[in-house]
Design a protein around this ligand. Structure first.
Ligand SMILES: Cc1cc2nc3c(=O)[nH]c(=O)nc-3n(C[C@H](O)[C@H](O)[C@H](O)COP(=O)(O)O)c2cc1C
Ligand SMILES: C=C(O[C@@H]1CC(C(=O)O)=C[C@@H](OP(=O)(O)O)[C@H]1O)C(=O)O
Length: 391
């Protein structure tokens, strides 16, 4: 399976084309729209989210709500384009009137300066329109479809928030949730997409305070995937390791700076005796583990335990408290002025991270098994799981 997204942040439309989805899968458009809504929600987002209400249109590859095996086109309209139609019209020739919002002042922490130098753009709008995280809308739409493929073989995936600006959710509270469905209910109901109500309150207070000070915040998200069979990915080469692919897909999200599996960076502090997952065997279950320090991976392969990933997002780079930069034309220093921006988007990014994990795991699954028909895929996965149990 492969996909490509297209579209500028203030352009007319966002599009994704996905190739390699098996035929015969019944698609729920409501589930995709629900995930698009989840991505738009969250405390600390700016005014753009009041304009958009992302809804997907499916334009190809599906008939009577069932996939055909042909490329699937997903489409979302940018409502904000109405305010930018002259400036962002793909085919209107440039005139002084529609070039008024030309950008010549690169924002620190954005792609603006290097993107301009690399592509020889003199209007940095040509960079920022595509480097904007508006594009993650389509990744969430694609990821939502991938979750529907994965659900067919019993895989569930959830992204949520662990930390914002140094306020950390209390891990021990995770024990009250029996499964990801319960955890999803709680985190969907929280304005900061976290599972700890006390941390939620503190996070919201900190976001308010930070916004008043003209500053921004980053944080940590977590994604859990349950039900993945062992043996996806391979130890045989650097480019076949599935944990490496997942890490790349997470750091490929705008503003993500680090990723860890299982105990992650805490491994540095503990001896090996506290870090591995001992192996047990029972007739009924086959091989199993009682712990999951390794976050579901050994040798770049899923080991049958839940995949557990944490990742860090840097603070939003556009600040109302302006940072120094240099005008690319005049070479004069200036302090940036801001029209609008998020104070934090960690809540939205948790949903994007969930989507990236779904895309990467679905791709690995479809690489391993027959992808023509969803029913044949399910039969093959079932036979594979039985083989593993009897190993
Ligand atoms: C969901 C989401 C929303 C974002 N919103 C903003 C924003 O409102 N303002 C901003 O300056 N950056 C925002 N960012 C971050 C920038 O897109 C990102 O920092 C920038 O494109 C540079 O990429 P890099 O941080 O990966 O180097 C957002 C990121 C995500 C994932
Ligand atoms: C549009 C989205 O996020 C945008 C991501 C973003 C950036 O620089 O990444 C900057 C802001 O865009 P604008 O300048 O239009 O307000 C955010 O609103 C979205 O998440 O759908």
């Amino acid at each position: 399976m492969r996909y490509v997204t297209a579209g500028e942040s203030h352009g007319p439309e966002l599009t994704a084309i996905i190739e390699g989805v098996p035929a015969g899968l019944t698609i729920s458009i409501d589930k995709i729209n629900d995930d698009l809504k989840r991505r738009q929600q969250g405390y600390g987002r700016g005014n753009r989210m009041k304009i958009e209400s992302d809804q997907v249109k499916i334009l190809s590859g599906v008939r009577h709500q069932i996939t055909l095996g042909s490329p699937i086109t997903l489409n979302v309209t940018n409502k904000d384009h109405a305010h930018w139609s002259d400036i962002m019209d793909p085919m209107a020739p440039a005139t002084p009137a529609n070039s008024v919002r030309q950008v010549e002042r690169p924002r620190p922490g954005h792609a603006d300066l290097v993107g301009g130098m690399k592509y020889r753009h003199t209007d940095l709008r040509n960079v920022l329109e595509r480097s904007s995280a508006r594009e993650t809308t389509m990744r969430v739409a694609v990821g939502s479809l991938c979750k529907q493929i994965l659900e067919e073989i019993g895989v569930q995936i959830l992204g949520f928030v662990r930390e914002i600006g140094g306020v950390v959710a209390d891990s021990s509270q995770l024990e009250q949730f029996h499964d990801l469905t319960e955890l999803k209910q709680a985190t969907d109901a929280s304005e900061t997409r976290t599972f700890d109500p006390q941390a939620d309150e503190k996070m919201r207070a900190l976001i308010d305070e930070t916004k008043r000070a003209g500053d921004t915040l980053g944080g940590v998200v977590e994604v859990i995937a349950t039900g993945m069979p062992a043996g996806l990915g391979s130890y045989v080469g650097a480019d076949t390791k599935l944990d490496a692919k997942l890490a790349g897909s997470i750091v490929g999200i705008n503003a993500f700076k680090g990723v860890e599996f299982g105990d992650g960076f805490a491994f540095a502090k503990h001896p090996g005796s506290e870090g591995m997952d001992e192996i047990f065997w029972e007739q009924q279950r086959g091989f199993y583990r009682k712990t999951n320090h390794l976050g579901g991976f050994e040798g770049g392969m899923t080991n049958g335990m839940p995949v557990i990933i944490k990742a860090v997002m840097k603070p939003i780079p556009t600040l109302y408290k302006p940072l120094m930069s240099v005008d690319i034309k005049t070479k004069e220093g200036y302090k940036a002025n801001v029209e609008r921006s998020d104070t934090t988007a960690v809540t939205a990014a948790a949903v994007v991270a969930e989507a990236m994990v779904a895309i990467t795991l679905a791709t690995a699954l479809l690489d391993k098994f027959d992808t023509d028909s969803i029913d044949r895929l399910k039969e093959q996965v079932q036979a594979y799981k039985t083989e593993l149990k009897n190993y």
